[in-house]
Design a binder for this molecule. Sequence first.
Ligand SMILES: NC(=O)c1ccc[n+]([C@@H]2O[C@H](COP(=O)([O-])OP(=O)(O)OC[C@H]3O[C@@H](n4cnc5c(N)ncnc54)[C@H](OP(=O)(O)O)[C@@H]3O)[C@@H](O)[C@H]2O)c1
Length: 274
Amino acid sequence: MSNAIAGKTIVITGASSGIGEATALHLARRGARLCLVARRADELARVQTEIRALRAEAWIYPTDLSKSGEVEACADALLAEHPRIDVLVNNAGRSIRRPVRESLDRIHDFERTMDLNYFAAVRLTLRLLPGMLERRSGQIVNVSSMSTLMPTPRFAAYVASKSALEGFSRTLAAELVGSGVQVSVVNFPLVKTAMTAPTAVYRYLPQMDVDDAAEWIVRAIDKRPYRVANRLGEAWNAATALLPGPTVHWTGRLFQVVGKRLQQRAERDARPAE
Ligand SMILES: NC(=O)c1ccc[n+]([C@@H]2O[C@H](COP(=O)([O-])OP(=O)(O)OC[C@H]3O[C@@H](n4cnc5c(N)ncnc54)[C@H](OP(=O)(O)O)[C@@H]3O)[C@@H](O)[C@H]2O)c1
């Protein structure tokens, strides 16, 4: 059992389903104490029961993280009940897939993704960081996406919010050098969860298994690298930094061609058989 995980108190947001739920269970198996945050109390209670069946400890904090007052109340409860919080995993998130040209009257798309993907993570970080700094020990793990490493059409609201989170993470990581507190960012590719299920064309693309995704977060906590990503994401990120013009242009073209083909295939498959 890893020393970096056993006995540690770890807060995971978005723990009622998908990557957050799987991560909570993987960490429980390694002896962590879990504080589970999300809106659906019944789903959190289900995950808590599963964790207890593994003989690990878990507490639940039903919270709508897009509401600033609820985030503050959640942080108050966490700090009151757990004198030592070792790791905060900011995983709760929402995605919106819509081209900007179809979002002209939808500023709320941009506000909602920022509220949850960026401001909620920052709010919780600001509240849990002082205890970590006092103890000279702790970690903030921010869950992001491979879409921030490459030009990703149709996801402006989502990518902007995750990019804000990454900008915050990078600055914070640099400020915290030598403090004993680390920051990690996890850039997931497509993962098969409730988030990707409604998008028909994703059926034809490779999707990471949720248990493999959980192990990326476990690795982030165990080894504390700044970034966990795959080679494709890292290569695209390097290409975008070195040759931004051509990379944006050709990635845009690639998405147009592949996106059109996948859409046609999804429409064909959705037609009733004659
Ligand atoms: N799936 C992918 O392909 C993929 C790829 C890259 C990055 N990611 C990132 O991975 C993270 C987890 O996503 P997932 O795929 O596991 O999706 P998911 O199954 O839909 O899980 C999202 C989690 O966030 C919680 N959540 C949503 N709105 C919330 C709110 N207002 N307040 C509190 N909690 C809220 C949900 O719980 P409640 O509904 O109970 O609140 C749920 O537990 C997200 O940050 C996402 O952006 C996912």
